[in-house]
Design a protein around this ligand. Structure first.
Ligand SMILES: [Zn+2]
Length: 330
């Protein structure tokens, strides 16, 4: 069964209904329920096409069992204005979960999305985003804060491994500071539903290569759950950057101290050693003014999509090995 519907969000000033489109496909046989959602950041468009392609695939191929719900655009207002935020209040919807039916405008929207998902008791929720243009595809794992939830960690890790792309755990300090109220964070830590984010290249334009990667990683998981015909062997992209154990993702550690032009010495996906040069900053007389070196062994996840830098311009996202990256708080 293929069914389209809407989550009603609010009525606009011109009395037009603002709605979030929902596509649901149900196989004849009962089975797990999966959600794949996209574009909560309105300018992160590759996930939209990934969702449409997934639905086309399920329609044309034998959908063996279960139900797949998809939300191609969770932030239609942001999408229309090519904007990450919900433009009415300039709020980041992905910092407003689980939301509140009597809260801010953004929280009222996220509460509706959250309750629609939770009431279906899904096995897994995949949230599609994009990082920078120059990024490897990767899964971004939330911290599971309650130590009683070890089985949740196991499930999340199992599905991450099956996806065939690299996965990284959020650094606990960053997580507690600003990321507990993402859709995936709230699903895991409030509703106890396995969930993760997939980052698929850069924003603004649909990138076909990353659509393929997103689609293949989702198909791997559906195959594992018996929801589609078995894929053998499973698709694998992570062999391009083979990593063992858990890696913790680190933001905001590699910034320039000067204005200048950046000469990148490494690429996303490179595995680098401590003290290895990552970038040279030079001035317009070709004089080196700063060498940015790796503070430890790590993998380069992404770099800034620009050659110009200023004091404080963040240039790299890296991930470093940390087998204790999952840290329970409670
Ligand atoms: Zn995003």
């Amino acid at each position: 069964m293929f069914k389209t519907s809407f989550i009603s969000v609010f009525k606009s000033v011109d009395l037009a209904s603002r709605r979030i489109p929902v596509i649901m496909q149900k196989a004849d046989k009962p089975g797990p329920t999966i959600w794949v959602v996209a574009a909560i950041h309105g300018d992160e468009v590759t996930g939209i096409e990934t969702v449409l392609r997934l639905n086309r695939f399920l329609k044309r191929n034998n959908f063996e069992k279960g139900t797949v719900y998809t939300l191609p655009v969770m932030n239609p207002l942001g999408y229309e204005l090519v904007n990450r935020y919900m433009p009415i209040e300039y709020q980041d919807l992905n910092r407003c979960f689980p939301g509140s039916h009597s809260g801010s405008g953004a929280e009222r929207i996220t509460a509706k999305i959250f309750s629609e998902i939770v009431k279906t008791k899904p096995e897994l929720v995949i949230d599609l985003h994009t990082d920078t243009m120059e990024s490897i595809p990767y899964i971004y794992l939330d911290q599971v804060l309650d130590s009683q939830d070890k089985h949740l960690v196991e499930k999340i890790l199992k599905y991450s491994k099956i996806s065939g792309i690299n996965y990284f755990v959020e650094n606990i300090k960053t997580y507690q500071k600003e990321l507990q109220n993402t859709i995936t964070g709230a699903l895991i830590n409030i509703a106890k539903i396995p969930s993760f984010t997939i980052e698929l290249g850069g924003p603004l334009v649909v990138k076909p290569k990353f659509v393929e990667i997103g689609l293949n990683s989702i198909k791997n998981i559906l195959s594992h759950l018996g929801m589609i015909k078995t894929i053998k062997p499973l698709w694998n992209y992570s062999h391009k950057t083979p990593l063992d154990g858990l890696y913790e993702i680190i933001w905001q550690q590699y910034s320039s101290d000067y204005s200048g032009i950046v000469e990148y010495k490494v690429q996303p996906g490179d595995i680098v050693k401590k003290d290895q040069p990552l970038a040279r900053i030079k001035n317009l007389f070709d004089k080196t003014i700063q060498i940015i070196k790796a503070k430890g062994d790590c993998i380069v996840v992404s770099y800034a999509d620009q050659s110009v830098c200023f004091p404080g311009t963040e240039l790299f996202t890296i991930a470093k090995k940390n087998d204790k990256a999952f840290q329970f708080i409670k």
